[in-house]
Design a protein around this ligand. Structure first.
Ligand code: ACO
Length: 324
């Protein structure tokens, strides 16, 4: 028998404030046409003044816990992916732990920017497979609006705030691809590309939060190549072929990156979950947000084979195959 991390609940939360492309055109030199054509984004949600990453994360976690129908105190591991923590320390995960009334187990953040959820899922899955945790809450939550230079049209139109979460439960499987749960994960990074996507501040450099800076074209080029590579690794290691994937849930950075990656991998466009049009790029929150949206609108069903992938600053990238 093999221990599997089975998804027993999912949830998400978006802040109330929705900012359309039309609203952005009132303060930077851009247009709805440019943003839609280059990115597919039509709108994004922004956290209210005083609304922090842990607040968004707690609401997404509560929704996932309610969906799972479990007592939150049975959760013995919280792994939270974010690049926009409430504080330099303590971790945002411990803030969420306290807000949920959980006082046992372990809670910590992981930082892999847009790949954060894949990293967090792989981490929690390995804790479960090692027998170190029985029930894990895996969260991706961001307030990227706080990192943006709202006068820089090349970056401020791309991102939004939000949170998504899943509950993983340790269950015995047969060790085959027919098992429910996380079937495999692949993580990669290459720190030589730091300058292509980074934040120009931090506690031990500028002692400020800083702003996001990006070489968009370079990121785009690496994204399609790296994402195709990590997914092909998943196909080879798992023996699964593209036509067996019921739902492809990529990181929601840009519609053109998603379409190009799906095409390169021979994944049917009808099987691709897209939320970037509605949410913008919510970094580590984008995959759990999209998973929860597709689960709760009836697309993702129990037993479906779901493929996730992401790339982010670092560069970091990775993929995971989940039988829901
Ligand atoms: N509105 C209007 N014009 C703009 C805007 C804007 N918001 N932003 C840039 N432009 C202009 C540029 O100034 C440039 O003008 P010029 O030709 O007069 O110099 C022109 O549009 C073209 O700019 P490019 O940067 O070449 O445009 P490109 O087609 O590469 O699209 C984009 C830019 C959308 C950022 C694209 O490169 C991209 O999506 N890259 C991936 C970035 C990404 O997704 N990052 C997220 C984090 S990483 C991840 O999640 C994978």
């Amino acid at each position: 028998m093999t221990l599997r991390s089975v998804v027993i609940g999912s949830g998400h939360y978006l802040p109330e404030k929705c900012m359309t492309n039309a609203e952005i055109t009132t303060f930077v030199d851009t247009s709805n046409e440019w943003i839609v054509e280059r990115t597919g984004i039509q709108q994004r949600y922004l956290a209210a003044d005083g609304e922090t990453t842990s607040m968004l994360a707690t609401k997404a976690a509560q929704a996932a816990i309610a969906d799972a129908g479990i007592d939150p105190t049975t959760i013995d591991l919280i792994v939270l992916a974010t690049a926009t923590p409430d504080y330099t320390f303590p971790s945002t995960a411990t803030q969420v732990q306290a807000a949920l009334g959980i006082h046992g187990g372990a809670a910590f953040d992981v930082q892999a920017v847009c790949s954060g959820f894949v990293y967090a899922l792989a981490t929690a899955d390995n804790f479960i497979k090692a027998g170190s945790a029985k029930r894990a809450l895996v969260i991706g939550a961001e307030t990227f609006s706080r990192l943006l230079d709202w006068t820089d049209r090349t970056t401020c139109v791309l991102f939004g705030d939000g949170a998504g979460a899943v509950v993983l439960d340790a269950q015995e499987g047969a060790g085959t691809n027919a098992d429910r749960g996380v079937l495999c994960t692949h993580l990669r990074s290459d720190g030589r590309h730091r300058d292509k996507l980074f934040v120009d501040g931090g506690p031990s450099t500028s002692m400020t939060t800083g702003h996001l800076r990006m070489e968009g074209k370079e990121v785009f080029r690496h994204a399609v190549a790296n994402l195709a590579e990590t997914v092909e690794e998943t196909f080879i290691k798992s023996g699964v072929s593209p036509d067996e994937i019921k739902w492809f849930v990529p990181h929601q950075a840009n519609r053109r990156i998603i379409d190009a990656t799906a095409k390169k991998l021979n994944i049917d466009p009808a099987r691709v979950v897209i939320t970037v049009d509605q949410h913008g790029n919510t970094s580590a929150a984008s995959i759990p947000l999209a998973l929860s949206v597709a689960r709760h609108d009836g697309r993702i069903e129990k037993g479906d084979l779901v493929l996730i992938e992401a790339m982010g600053g670092g560069f970091t990238w990775g993929s995971a195959l989940i039988r829901w």
